[in-house]
Structure formats: structure tokens, C-alpha cells
Design a binder for this molecule. Structure first.
Ligand SMILES: Cc1cc2nc3c(=O)[nH]c(=O)nc-3n(C[C@H](O)[C@H](O)[C@H](O)COP(=O)(O)OP(=O)(O)OC[C@H]3O[C@@H](n4cnc5c(N)ncnc54)[C@H](O)[C@@H]3O)c2cc1C
Ligand code: SF4
Length: 550
């Protein structure tokens, strides 16, 4: 029996992103329509809703239209910038060519989409949710899953505050809280820390392919108004990855002369010398991109992993007393680089299942109706159509893989379904030994268009209380120096976009240093470490990036 204070709810939601917020709004709408009461709260580890949200974003409004049909007329920031131009560039080292729209089937189009900050959209959704009576607790990280004696999920426990690095209690110590619920939704986004535990406990991944990921490194720039066109959307493939890895860039002209630019590197890359951060920095130097940024100013920086597994990696979505929604499950349509609409829709479907269950007096059982709703939904159809694109590009490379992907997309469009679904290999298993590859030498940052990691982390406004237990836990503290360094030149030094991991000289040898306060919560280390030795756990609530509008 715990002596922590506990609060009972009908539904507790972990994570105030699009999935969690859409779920909460739908629950309250259903309760309102049925003229009944239903209590619901959201825990958000960021200092406010939106502080940890990083996306492109070009949003397909399909789910938002279903959830809040009046969103365009009621001050939603996403409504400010409809997409008016869409380009797809293939970059070579010095030049580019553009792929015509006609080669993409209609379901890949960005017609009738909007571009803006997903963080700002979440702040607006949070206001709508609160107006409906949802309780939102920013600065509270769900640190553990609580279970009933029958094995069902009872709720979550929030992390303790005021614990020193050595585990002792500081003067401002506060114990965690318990939030108990009839149903708990996990909406932690990509590679959720509690979601990871639930997948193991309930074997949710048993019948699906492993989840795979990309790392998106993003910057927000204010550019010369003469070079800006609100609603212009550009995607790029090709240079600078050149066969070392797969991925691509995005350039979204948003409101107020701002441009969101980002580069996603798929984390199944082989060369341990590759640095997704440096790839982004040199991508900006391309002659098709640099002139747009010249004379401009970088406003913000951040990074976040993105699910790439798609249809074949969607786990079992429910278990006794709980459900995975949004990117906790992984509903990103990778060829469209869109997951916010599917995340919202999944939250809405889970909410409908939980509302019906609560109305029927049920508690803590399996929300089978949510899984059934997904199977019958447009989310499943959308993911099914593009299921072979990522594996095709991985297997055949950017050039041949893209051509085969085009064939696959058109076949799906014409109703000629391919009779197979390709498999995935987990990202941590893809690295080659350092003696099998050539080191990659990246150009030095010029401080104008390209930057180093530390000045980048500075503009992410990342902040963690320094005297707290390190939230990047090593299962074996010797592994980085004894195994990763000789075999893979310790890749954490390069894949971490925030400079958290360093190998420093110590006497005759080396020491692995973790600068945990720099962490931007992208989750890449939890994904890519070759022996899965790093476990990302939530730090004290409120710590992490403070993105204004990413
Ligand atoms: C670089 C990049 C570009 C993208 N571009 C696009 C795009 O253009 N269009 C598009 O539609 N999609 C895009 N996506 C995908 C899209 O951002 C995601 O699919 C979407 O954000 C998923 O929503 P979510 O609510 O599931 O998770 P998230 O948006 O990740 O939200 C999860 C929230 O939960 C909180 N949280 C996590 N764990 C805990 C915990 N234990 N306790 C408390 N709080 C917690 C987090 O702080 C966060 O606020 C992009 C993603 C990336 C990385
Ligand atoms: S420590 Fe891990 S989660 Fe934090 S920024 Fe680095 S790679 Fe991302």
C-alpha cells in the first residue's frame, strides 16, 4: 500500500501532444452530448503544453475537422497558413532537379493542408480542452505505471521532485502523486519511456515488426520577407546523405516570415561516424537552400525522433486498463511525413471506446473496441497503402528504392495491392564496425548558416535542474568505453544532437561523460545504442527543452 497522495479519475492521459489532447477533448464532448460527467486529466512533462513538441509541421486537417469542425474560425494558429505551393527536390552536390506533381498519386498530395507550429496548435487545443473541463498538469512527468493486483493498469505515479544526484532528499523534496483511473491512455509520443515497459509487460509487439525510427533535427528561421512565401512547402531527398543513409529535408514557409527547416536521418544507418546533426548543418549549405537563409536569423533549434515503422509495426493497442495512442503506438505516414492527424484520430477512437466502457460501468478491462475501430479506420487504410515504401528505400537505396516506391504507390492507388508486406530490422542492430567503414569528415560550422551543437542547444532553451539523478541510465556503465569505443568509435558522441555524450581522456584511458542537462528529449540514444545499454527515463517534471513554437 502506497502512502503517496492519490487522485481518482475516469481517464488519465500521459502526454499533452495532439494524441492526448484530442482524446481528452473527445471524451469531454461525448460526456457533454450524453449530459453526463466524466473526469479526465492530462500529465505533461514539459513546463507547459507545447514546450516539448517538435514537428514540421504540415498538417492534414482530416482529424481536426472531425474533432472541432469550427477550428478555422476560432483562432486556431494552424489556420493562418494554408499550403499553396508544393515542391519535391532531388539534390545533387551542387544542383537540384524537381520531381513533377504528376508522378505522385493523389493520396500523397499536400492539397488542402496547413503549415505551422504543432506546439502552437497543442497550446490552442489545451485551451479548448480546459474549456471543456479537462484538468491539465504541466510540469508533471509520469514516471511509473501502477498496477492492480489482477495485473491491470491502475494509473501512473508522477516523479518525485527535489531528489539530489546521489539519491538523497533536498530541502525542497516533494513526493510523487498517484493518479488512478478506470482507463489510462499513454500518449507519450515516439519511444515513450512508460510505453516501452508496457510493450514488454503485455507483449504488445509480439505479432508485429520492430518499430524503426528517424531523427529529425529542426531549426526555425526568420528570413528576408523578399524570399518568403507563406504556404510554400518543399521536401528534398538525395544530397548530403549519398548512400551513407536514407532520409530527407523539409522547408516550410510559415506565418510571420518564418521558415521551419529540418532534416530527418533514418536511424538504420550503418556508418557509426555519421552524425544526423552535422548532416543537417551541411544540408543548409546547399546552393538551393543557403541563399534563402542568408540575411536571416535562426530563432530556435531542436530534435526529436520520429516513428518510421508504419503499418507493420503498429503494436497491439490495448491491454487491461490502458491503451497506446498517437506515436506511443506509431501511426506516422512516413512518405507524407505526417503523423499528427493520425495521432489525433487514434486518440479520438480510444476516447470513444473508453467512454462507452465507463458508461457501461466497466473498469480496467481491455478496450477491444479501440483496436477494432483502428482496423476499420482511415488511419489503417492510409498506413497500409504506404507500408512497403520505407523497406523498399532501405533495401534498394535512395535512387532505385524511390523508383520502386513510386511503382508501389501507383499500384496501391490503382487498387493493385501488393500481396506482401516487407519487414524491418531494428535500428540498434544496423551499425557496422568502425574498421569496415570510412570516417566521415564534416565541414566546420561557419556560425552564420551552420552552427555547432552547443550554440544550438542554447537556442532550444533546454534546462534541467543539475542536481538530480541522471535520467540517462546505463545498464552497464563500462559498456561505452569497453565495447562501443573500440568497435564503433562510441557513436553516441555523434548521434546525440545535443552533445550530451562525450568520450574524454582520463589518465591512460578514457571516460564516458554524460552532460544530462543538455538533453532535448529526442530519445535517439534509447533507440540507437548498439547494445541497447542506454535507458532514457523521465527527469524531474518541467525539465527539458522549452520550445516556443516548434
Ligand atoms: C522532425 C519531425 C517532423 C515532423 N513533421 C510532421 C509534419 O509535417 N506533419 C505531421 O502531421 N507530422 C509530422 N511529424 C510527426 C508528428 O509530430 C507526430 O506524429 C505527432 O507529434 C505525434 O503526436 P503525439 O501526441 O502522439 O506525440 P507528441 O507530439 O510527441 O507528444 C507527446 C507529449 O507527451 C509528453 N510526454 C511524453 N512522455 C511523458 C511522460 N512520461 N509524462 C508526461 N508527459 C510525457 C511529451 O512531453 C509531449 O508533449 C514530424 C515529426 C518530427 C520529429
Ligand atoms: S541524450 Fe539521448 S534523448 Fe537526450 S538529446 Fe541526446 S540522444 Fe536525444
Amino acid at each position: 500500500m502506497s502512502d503517496r497522495e492519490s487522485m481518482p479519475y475516469d481517464v488519465v492521459i500521459v502526454g499533452g501532444g495532439p494524441a492526448g489532447l484530442a482524446a481528452a477533448i473527445r471524451l469531454k464532448q461525448l460526456a457533454q452530448n450524453a449530459e453526463t460527467e466524466l473526469s479526465c486529466c492530462i500529465l505533461e512533462k514539459g513546463s507547459e503544453v507545447g514546450a516539448h513538441i517538435l514537428s514540421g509541421a504540415v498538417m492534414d486537417p482530416r482529424a481536426l475537422d472531425e474533432l472541432l469542425p469550427d477550428w478555422r474560425e476560432t483562432g486556431c494558429p494552424m489556420a493562418r497558413t494554408p499550403v499553396v505551393e508544393n515542391h519535391h527536390w532531388v539534390l545533387t552536390k551542387k544542383g537540384k532537379f524537381e520531381l513533377p506533381h504528376l508522378i505522385f498519386p493523389k493520396f500523397m498530395s499536400n492539397k488542402a493542408t496547413y503549415t505551422g507550429s504543432l506546439g502552437s496548435l497543442c497550446r490552442w487545443l489545451a485551451e479548448r480542452a480546459e474549456a471543456l473541463g479537462v484538468e491539465i498538469f504541466p510540469g508533471f512527468a509520469a514516471a511509473e505505471v501502477l498496477y492492480n493486483d489482477d495485473g491491470s493498469v491502475k494509473g501512473v505515479g508522477t516523479g518525485e521532485m527535489g531528489v539530489a544526484r546521489d539519491g538523497s532528499r533536498k530541502a525542497d523534496y516533494q513526493p510523487g502523486l498517484e493518479l488512478h483511473a478506470k482507463y489510462t491512455f499513454f500518449a507519450e509520443g515516439v519511444r515513450g519511456h512508460l510505453t516501452k515497459q508496457l510493450k514488454v509487460r503485455y507483449d504488445l509487439d509480439k505479432h508485429v515488426e520492430p518499430q524503426i525510427y528517424g531523427l529529425g533535427v529542426k531549426e526555425l528561421w526568420e528570413i528576408d520577407p523578399g524570399k518568403h512565401r507563406a504556404g510554400r512547402v518543399i521536401h528534398s531527398q538525395g544530397w548530403p546523405l549519398n548512400g551513407e543513409a536514407e532520409g530527407g529535408g523539409f522547408i516550410y514557409h510559415q506565418a510571420d516570415n518564418q521558415v521551419a527547416i529540418g532534416f530527418v536521418t533514418w536511424l538504420g544507418y550503418k556508418n557509426p561516424y555519421l552524425s544526423p546533426f552535422e548532416e543537417m548543418q551541411r544540408w543548409k549549405q546547399h546552393p538551393a537552400i543557403r541563399p534563402m537563409l542568408e540575411g536571416g536569423r535562426r530563432l530556435s533549434y531542436g530534435a526529436r525522433a520520429i516513428n518510421d515503422g508504419g503499418f507493420q509495426s503498429v503494436p497491439k493497442l490495448h491491454f487491461p486498463g490502458g491503451a497506446l495512442i498517437g506515436c506511443s503506438a506509431g501511426f506516422v505516414n512516413v512518405p507524407r511525413i505526417k503523423g499528427s492527424h493520425t495521432a489525433m484520430k487514434s486518440g479520438m477512437m480510444a476516447a470513444e471506446a473508453a467512454f462507452a466502457a465507463v458508461q457501461a460501468g466497466r473498469v480496467g478491462d481491455d478496450l477491444v473496441a479501440y483496436g477494432d475501430a483502428y482496423q476499420a479506420s482511415w488511419v489503417r487504410d492510409e498506413l497500409f497503402k504506404v507500408r512497403n515504401i520505407v523497406p523498399l528505400v532501405k533495401k534498394f537505396g535512395d535512387f532505385a528504392g524511390s523508383i520502386l516506391s513510386g511503382v508501389a504507390l501507383w499500384c496501391e492507388h490503382l487498387g493493385l495491392k501488393w500481396p506482401f508486406t516487407m519487414k524491418h530490422q531494428p535500428d540498434h542492430a544496423s551499425l557496422w564496425r568502425k574498421d569496415m567503414v570510412n570516417p566521415i569528415v564534416y565541414p566546420k560550422p561557419d556560425g552564420v548558416i551552420s552552427f555547432d551543437r552547443l550554440s544550438s542547444v542554447f537556442v532550444s532553451n533546454t534546462n534541467h535542474e543539475e542536481d538530480q539523478p541522471v535520467h540517462l541510465q546505463l545498464a552497464d556503465p563500462e559498456r561505452p568505453i569497453e565495447y562501443n569505443l573500440p568497435l564503433y568509435a562510441e557513436p553516441a558522441q555523434r548521434y546525440c544532437p545535443a552533445g550530451v555524450y562525450e568520450v574524454v581522456e582520463a589518465g591512460e584511458g578514457y571516460r564516458f561523460q554524460i552532460n544530462a542537462q543538455n538533453c532535448v528529449h529526442c530519445k535517439t540514444c534509447d533507440i540507437k545504442d548498439p547494445s541497447q545499454n542506454i535507458n532514457w527515463v523521465v527527469p524531474e517534471g518541467g525539465g527539458g527543452p522549452n520550445y516556443p513554437n516548434m
